[in-house]
Design a protein around this ligand. Structure first.
Ligand code: MFK
Ligand code: FAD
Length: 515
């Protein structure tokens, strides 16, 4: 056992070692809140690099399986997940990963604390952060639109810190004819007068939370009441309503669901994503009938924020790793950190990471204010709400695209070792890639941005430009190139066109006309 042995890079506590997240929180949170939450953030980051990392390894080695029949040829559809996967659920409850946002102990700052904790937990969660995202979204929809019974029986469990009562939720939208275009949904909901429940039948093409306790889903409503019948005629998204259903009963029996198949995915291997046949799934309707897409959009906007957090978390851990390696790896007579070109690579990554984090926590701050403060306050109604609506699709699109390129750069920073599975960069790269697709592809998000701009007649864009001006005014020592920008609006329209240029020619024309 002779010859050179590379000094091995070490896992680090991300909250303590990364100055970016801590400095953002110090700026956004009141000092007493920052002081109070710091030990918890240090703790969760320690957990992620120790127990979380061990659980993650087991989840990757022992991936979910489906046992469809028992030995008597009876259909059982048993989803087999590792003990490590179930343990992640308990940890998520105990650590209050969803609860913190809804307990609102720190009012508008609770969201910031929750999302920061989620970011640090995310790397150790082995994508249990996916069901948690949907659980968070479901909790928000019930909080906004649920009946008292839903609040008492489901919401309290979604935000529980007790693993024995904690529920997770799925979000079943995508069907074979359309994932982006959910107006093509085939699934039907028919009122069962005898049982006083909705009976749902159809086929859900992607379910990432097949082991969830409850789910929110879209279905085409067939309402027998004559005054509501016109909705039945609609073959597009205006015929859809939102439903809430238990996935299994108290004995663990599936509620009218058969698991058709588990997906064989490029990444997110630990996550049990399945194709589901629904045959008379019993459900309750949520919010106004025939407003399914509008009603489920609160989930979309929360889960899109979770995608941003997932991307920032991957960038944070990969950057810390690449910087650590640069302090240990010597090439051509100097450590990597002292090679100017490598330093420039790291600096570019650092810039992308910082931009993502700043943008992300700007949006999280808006979300926290909207959730905790009176929505009739002019600054919430006229500024925070339209601004967040405008920025959420951009955040999701931006962070997903950049996190993937970023992970490739991080892989290259380790040279050949980066391409080895043992470093975990390959897995991170495969996993982070999904953020460009789930919860809306880049083109669909571009069109969503266009939808906001069109719906507000350009007011949202104006608000955005005013906000940027406000921020620029507060900054000292502005670089001269920023001062020399001729017209800020011009730049913003160009950025908007960049985001929507994938979309439609029509969209471009609208924007160019408004410019
Ligand atoms: C680690 C992180 C993990 C995250 C969890 C990942 C698990 C994976 C889960 C999934 O992937 S779940 C499936 C996610 N699916 C999507 O994201 C669907 C993507 N497609 C879209 O977003 C389409 O734009 C959309 C389905 C919304 C198009 O539907 P429509 O009905 O053709 O659109 P329309 O008619 O423009 O909008 C209907 C209403 O919804 C309008 O309101 P009004 O009726 O009052 O006019 C819209 O303004 C409103 N709306 C649409 N998107 C909205 C929204 N409102 C607020 N926010 C939005 N984002
Ligand atoms: P399509 O909608 O057919 O898109 C195909 C292409 O067309 C894309 O490039 C898209 O950008 C483009 N496109 C679509 N519309 C337009 C347009 N108007 N103009 C220009 N281009 C357009 N869904 C759930 O409901 N629940 C889940 O739990 C879930 N989990 C998932 C887990 C994983 C790992 C993956 C990969 C997906 C999951 N999905 C889930 C599905 C996901 O949300 C959809 O795959 C996604 O929304 C895209 O829909 P689609 O697959 O039907 O693609």
């Amino acid at each position: 056992d002779i010859g050179f042995k590379q000094d091995v890079p070490q896992a680090q506590n991300a909250f303590l070692q990364d100055p970016v997240l801590a400095s953002i929180l110090e700026r956004l949170l009141p000092s007493n809140v920052f002081k109070e939450v710091t030990p918890d953030l240090v703790h969760i980051s320690d957990w992620s690099i120790s127990e979380g990392s061990a659980l993650l390894k087991r989840m990757e080695e022992d991936q979910p399986r489906l046992r469809q029949y028992d030995h008597w040829c009876r259909r059982v559809d048993e989803l087999l997940v590792t003990e490590a996967w179930n343990k992640q659920k308990d940890i998520a409850a105990r650590e209050g990963i969803v609860a913190i946002a809804y307990e609102r102990k720190y009012g508008q700052y609770s969201r910031i604390y929750q999302m920061a904790k989620l970011m640090l937990w995310s790397v150790g969660s082995g994508l249990y952060s996916c069901p948690i995202a949907m659980t968070d979204g479901c909790a928000r929809v019930i909080e906004l639109l649920g009946t008292q019974e839903m609040k008492d029986q489901i919401f309290t469990r979604l935000i529980s810190r007790d693993p024995s009562t904690f529920y997770t939720s799925g979000q079943w939208m995508t069907e074979r004819p359309g994932g982006s275009d959910v107006g093509r949904t085939e699934t039907q909901a028919v009122w069962n007068e005898e049982k006083k429940v909705w009976s749902i039948s159809g086929f859900k093409w992607f379910s990432s939370a097949t082991d969830a306790d409850v789910t929110m889903l879209l279905a085409r409503t067939h309402d027998p009441r004559p005054d509501l019948a016109p909705g039945n005629m609609k073959s597009d998204s205006r015929g859809l309503s939102l439903y809430l259903a238990r996935v299994r009963d108290d004995q663990g029996k599936l509620n009218g669901v058969t698991i058709h198949r588990l997906k064989d995915k490029v990444g997110t291997k630990a996550l049990p994503t399945a194709e589901l046949q629904l045959s008379g799934m019993e459900a309750q309707q949520v919010g106004e009938i025939y407003r399914g897409v509008r009603n489920i959009s609160s989930i979309l906007n929360i889960t899109r924020m979770h995608c941003g957090i997932n991307c920032a978390s991957v960038m944070q851990s990969l950057l810390l790793g690449a910087k650590d390696y640069a302090r240990r790896r010597e090439v051509f007579g100097a450590l990597l950190k002292d090679q100017p070109l490598h330093l420039a690579t790291l600096a570019n990554m650092e810039l992308q990471y910082r931009a993502t984090c700043q943008f992300l926590f700007f949006c999280v701050t808006l979300l926290g204010r909207i959730e905790a403060l009176d929505n009739n306050l002019p600054e919430i109604k006229n500024r925070d709400m339209p601004l967040l609506r405008l920025l959420t699709p951009i955040l999701k699109l931006w962070s997903a695209k950049h996190a993937f390129y970023f992970s490739q750069e991080a892989m290259e920073c380790y040279g050949g070792q980066g391409y080895m599975e043992e470093t975990g960069i390959g897995r991170a790269m495969r996993d982070v890639l999904v953020n460009t697709i789930w919860e809306g592809t880049s083109n669909v998000l571009s069109l969503d941005l266009l939808r906001v701009m069109t719906e507000t007649g350009g007011a949202a864009l104006q608000l955005y430009s005013d906000t940027i001006r406000e921020i620029l005014k507060q900054l000292k020592n502005l670089p001269t190139w920023i001062k020399s920008v001729k017209s800020l609006e011009e730049c913003l329209v160009l950025i908007a066109i960049r985001f929507t240029s994938y979309a439609t020619l029509e969209g471009r024309k609208t924007l160019e006309a408004s410019a």
